[in-house]
Design a protein around this ligand. Structure first.
Ligand code: UD1
Length: 363
């Protein structure tokens, strides 16, 4: 008998489900893992299962890429069959990707309770596909498991029932704590031939930054100029790679200290991040990881759904303003940059608190 189905689909889901899956297993829960296959490349998916010691998914849909509507609809069609077959007591979805909203919607229609891990985050920018996914998923979930009190406030403001909301802390930090030590075995610093604290890291994948050639060129050129002060390592997301192959990018990068690579596995990336001097990113998860590691983060977006990383952590929102990016990088190199404190319940024990909330489905 299966009581719990956990869903993963895209790269940022894996490190959120891994510690929870393990905790439920240690409590004797009957669970299965479904991978929608939204992300499918070896270095966007398989390597994370190895690095996080996660079991092979019990069910793989192989959905792959596509428009938002087709990706979401294909996940829904497959997940409906899974629910019919297993009749679980609870489905766990995490984060804000298309697979998250698709599976939550199927459950809501089939009267299966859903727990949403990382509920309540809001950028207040509805042009982001993830913002729509967050709002819809939260509005139809039965257990709203939040990483911060600010998330609780967002949910209450939207009319969520207070007894559905549980402040459990940040599940990503559970994976981070476990993996920092493990990441010592990664050779990534040696492969890039760099010394600890003598480099920055950059990641870009938001549609607003990477789908338009001019916007992407502007940011990459800014990073190339910044790399004159300190080398910057830039693992390139598949979405970003689409435009990146063009000649003008090649010429720009060739004469700079920007070092590009394919997307990295989890342990390689954590070793890189934890040894870096600063990070430039438009990722949500990396804003949190850098706050947890005490690494200054410059967020290349106009807003964040994770404001606690700015108010308490090491994050600064810089948008795409070149002068600001360059002056902030100089400041970090000269002064060490923004110091933060670790937010409440970002302590590596979130999987245990979530399991307490959903214990009815475990035992
Ligand atoms: C998705 C999530 C985003 C998350 C990001 C992390 C949504 C709406 N977006 O964005 O919230 O921050 O993952 O990476 O769910 N591709 C590959 N190989 C892969 C995966 C993708 O080549 O393994 C390419 C495909 O050409 C695809 C493109 O990247 O069209 C974008 O992939 P998609 O899953 O649609 O969204 P992401 O931009 O990765």
């Amino acid at each position: 008998m299966v009581s719990i189905i956990s869903v993963v689909g895209a790269r940022p889901n894996f490190m959120k489900v891994a510690p929870l899956y393990e905790e439920i297993h240690s409590r004797g829960g009957q669970q299965i893992l479904v991978h929608t296959g939204q992300h499918y490349d070896e270095n966007m998916s398989k390597v994370f299962f190895e690095d996080l010691a996660m079991p092979t998914p019990d069910i793989y849909f192989g959905i792959g890429s596509g428009s938002h509507a087709s990706q979401t609809a294909r996940v829904m069609l497959e997940f409906e069959k899974t629910i019919e077959e297993f009749e679980p007591e609870l489905v766990i979805v995490v984060g804000d990707v298309n697979s998250t909203v698709a599976c939550a919607l199927v459950c809501a229609k089939m009267n299966v309770p859903v727990a949403h891990v990382e509920a309540g985050l809001r950028s207040f920018d509805r042009s982001m596909p993830e913002e729509i996914n967050r709002i819809v998923t939260d509005s139809i979930s039965d257990f709203l498991l939040t990483p911060s009190m600010g998330a609780n406030e967002n949910l209450l403001r939207e009319g969520a029932e207070p007894d559905k909301i549980h402040f459990v802390g940040n599940i990503m930090i559970d994976s981070l704590h476990r993996s920092v030590k493990n990441s010592q075995k990664s050779n990534v610093l040696e492969e890039f031939n760099i010394e600890p604290s003598e480099f920055g890291v950059m990641t870009l994948h938001r549609p607003s930054n990477v789908d338009d050639s001019e916007s992407l060129f502007h940011l990459v050129e800014s990073a190339c100029i910044a790399s004159e002060q300190s080398p910057i390592i830039f693992p390139v997301h598949p979405r970003t790679k689409k435009l990146f192959g063009k000649k003008k990018f090649e010429n720009l990068i060739q004469s700079s200290n920007l070092m590009i690579s394919d997307p990295l596995g989890y342990l390689d990336f954590i070793r890189l991040l934890s040894n870096s001097k600063f990070v430039l990113t438009d990722s949500g998860g990396i804003q949190e990881e850098s706050t947890a590691l005490g690494i200054p983060c410059l967020t290349l977006r106009e807003n964040t759904e994770r404001p606690i990383t700015v108010s308490m952590g090491t994050n600064t929102i810089v948008g795409t303003d070149r002068e600001l990016i360059l002056s902030m990088v100089s400041e970090i190199i000269q002064t060490g940059g923004k110091k933060g404190i670790i937010p409440d319940l970002w302590d590596g024990k979130t999987a245990s608190r979530i399991s307490d909330v959903i214990q009815f489905a475990i035992s």
